[in-house]
Design a protein around this ligand. Structure first.
Ligand SMILES: [Zn+2]
Length: 461
């Protein structure tokens, strides 16, 4: 059995940080104490000197699309590539998505995705199951889903053209069934009717910058209000993925003022990038949905995160290669999505913690413990408790470096954060006790990643 002693680091959990030694035996954290005497340990114990480093639970990127088959192609980061870049970013668990194959039961879609991921993932993973339509017997299918270990579904309020939209009657049934089974509904919120109307009235070009005009923030506001009201009717939580705008935030605040439980995720790009990126020849590299908004929106989302109005930052990692992205400058055909898992920790640390606006413990909350709770993985993931998985990231808060296509590892061959100076770097990443990244060398093994059976979301507590 492998034994590793991490000595004299600053242990950080979401509610406290303290200096201590931490012992890993096999796959688990087995002891934490101010001083663990090495004489009590086997001779072959690996000793890691962590003075000056933060010892945090492995991060969870709870919104990824690795190896996404879409629009006649597949995204650049496979499960193998995705695991690797995640390890470099201190991420030891992702929650990815299974598309809904409407011809088969939901759990068949889940099982296909699990089978494909188990073969190649080198970090652990859980799943959200897409639900793009309603049909007879879906109640039973949702129960099976839960038994299989998936406790969140994902719905869309847009993309009617590709058959993702569920009508009002169907949605009401779905909310009711999810409430009954305590399944959390996560939603991509953009009102399709408004988008169609804007599209109809749009006279002009279809440049990358037009993408932002064609999908206005008002559409986010309307969809959040609509789904939130529905959640309110059933007294159940709603999880809003990738909140992008001040208007979206208005909707969240209005719903909460009525006592409706809205859990909100944003991404690094809605915190730090604005629509000016869509101008010029590199514009296609920044196309995703919802689109980038204004600098003003960035500031509002940042302030809301600091004020704890937002609960999670995840990335929506959906990477296409530079060549794929630049193959079109028509926003209707540019592959939508950007990479982000690897950049998550340094970006959020730099903007929030290095600037003294957020504590290290709160950082661990939004990037690890809270997603673990919300997606039914806590305390196995997202904690440093004795007996839990030894998923650990050693983080050097003093490191300074520059994000660029040369310093990060996505197969997309670009980073949307090119040239960003950041503070803090993951220097060692352990998955269930095994080192998967150390000193800029990746040693993860495809197939070592396990599917995690999610319990009921803490949003139902
Ligand atoms: Zn997504």
């Amino acid at each position: 059995m492998n034994t590793t002693l991490i000595r004299d680091g600053l242990l950080v959990e979401s509610d406290r940080s303290w200096r201590a030694d931490l012992l890993i035996e096999g796959e688990k954290i087995t002891r934490i104490a101010p001083r663990i005497d090495t004489k009590t340990l086997p001779d072959d114990t690996d000793i890691v000197e962590a003075e000056g480093l933060c010892v945090m639970p492995g991060l969870i990127d709870s919104h990824t699309h690795y190896h996404l088959v879409s629009r006649g192609t597949v995204t650049a980061d496979s499960f193998i590539e995705g695991s690797k870049l995640a390890a470099f970013g201190g991420v030891t668990t992702v929650v990815d998505f299974a598309d809904h194959d409407k011809k088969r039961p939901l759990v068949a879609s889940t099982n296909d995705r699990i089978d494909a991921m188990e073969k190649e993932m080198a970090i652990d993973f859980a799943l959200h199951q897409g639900v793009y339509g309603m049909h007879e017997g879906i109640g039973k299918e949702l129960e099976e889903l839960l038994k299989r270990g998936v406790s969140t579904i994902k719905i869309f309020t847009t993309y009617k053209n590709v058959g993702y939209l569920i009508g009002m009657e169907g949605l009401r049934d779905l909310f009711s069934l999810c409430k009954k089974n305590q399944i959390m509904i996560s939603a991509h919120c953009e009102d399709d009717t408004l988008i169609e109307q804007v599209e109809k009235e749009h006279k002009g070009s279809y440049t990358p910058a037009d993408h932002a005009l064609l999908r206005p923030a008002e559409a986010e506001y309307r969809a959040i209000k609509y789904l939130g009201s529905l959640a309110g009717e059933f007294s159940m939580p709603l999880y809003v993925v990738h909140l992008s705008s001040s208007r979206g935030l208005d909707a969240v605040r209005e719903l909460r003022s009525k006592g409706i439980q809205v859990v909100v995720e944003t991404t690094p790009h809605y915190l730090l990038l604005d629509a000016s990126r869509l101008e010029g020849p590199q514009g296609p590299l920044y196309v995703m949905t919802p689109p980038l908004r204004t600098h003003h929106d960035n500031r509002d989302i940042q302030d809301a995160l600091i004020a704890k109005e937002l609960q999670v930052v995840a990335t929506d990692h959906c990477a296409f290669t530079r060549a794929q992205k630049l193959a079109s400058d028509d926003c209707r055909t540019i592959f939508p999505g950007i990479p982000g898992t690897e950049e998550l920790l340094p970006l959020v640390y730099t903007f929030a913690v290095a600037s003294s606006r957020m504590s290290l413990s709160d950082l661990v909350g939004i990037l690890s413990s809270t997603p673990a709770r919300l997606f039914g993985l806590y305390p196995q993931k997202g904690s440093l408790q004795i007996g839990t998985d030894a998923d650990i990231v050693l983080f050097d808060p003093e490191a300074t470096w520059t994000l660029s296509s040369d310093t990060v590892h996505s197969a997309s061959e670009y980073t949307p954060y090119e040239g960003f100076s950041v503070a803090g770097k993951a220097v060692m990443t352990f998955l269930r006790g095994h080192l998967i990244m150390g000193d800029d060398v990746y040693v993860g093994k495809p197939g070592e990643g396990k599917f995690l059976r999610a319990k009921t979301s803490s949003a139902y507590d």
